[in-house]
Design a protein around this ligand. Structure first.
Ligand SMILES: [Zn+2]
Length: 169
């Protein structure tokens, strides 16, 4: 899946507490790709013909492994004393990538460093993935925004009612 969609889904699932967690989950949702490809793209001013240095593949293994994620999540859980839910956006990224990458182009090494049976998925760059994916994102964000707006409107009218009641007393 493309990096922006990863961030948006991550934020939807793991960043609903407040704005701060929404931004954190958005960034954490994109992190596996940003960390794997970002340094190479920055150092080389982009990439040509999908040619990457070997270290890109190595860092892709590390950032796209549920084994590595589990170890980090367990460490965070231990040291913070509470489960790092926002970090779930990272695992969601890996889970979404498994069915959306062909074996020929960065198959998801979800069990790295253990032997991983790669999934020959559907390439995410196809309109058949992008259009439904962004439609689903747009619809979900609209529904969430509408629910929030309604909740706030209800709270405002409740406050007004309480204000009127207390002024009558
Ligand atoms: Zn990815």
């Amino acid at each position: 899946m493309d990096v922006l969609a990863h961030g948006l889904w991550g934020s939807l699932f793991f960043g609903r507490k407040n704005w701060s967690t929404a931004v954190q989950a958005f960034l954490i949702g994109m992190a596996p790709d940003l960390l794997a490809f970002g340094p190479f793209i920055l150092l080389n001013g982009g990439f040509r013909d999908m040619h990457f240095a070997p270290y890109v593949y190595q860092s892709y293994n590390v950032t796209h492994s549920l084994v590595v994620w589990s170890v980090l999540a367990a460490a965070l859980w231990y040291f913070r004393g509470s489960f790092p839910w926002v970090f779930g956006a990272w695992a969601l990224h890996i889970l979404c990538d498994i069915p959306l990458h062909e074996i020929s182009f960065f198959p998801t090494p979800y069990l790295w460093p253990l032997p991983t049976p790669f999934v020959n998925g559907f390439p995410w760059g196809q309109p058949a993935v992008m259009i439904p994916n962004y439609s689903a994102l747009l619809m979900t964000y609209l529904i969430m925004g509408f629910r929030r707006y309604r909740k706030r409107a209800n709270q405002r009218s409740e406050n007004k009612t309480i204000g009127t009641a207390s002024s009558i007393e």
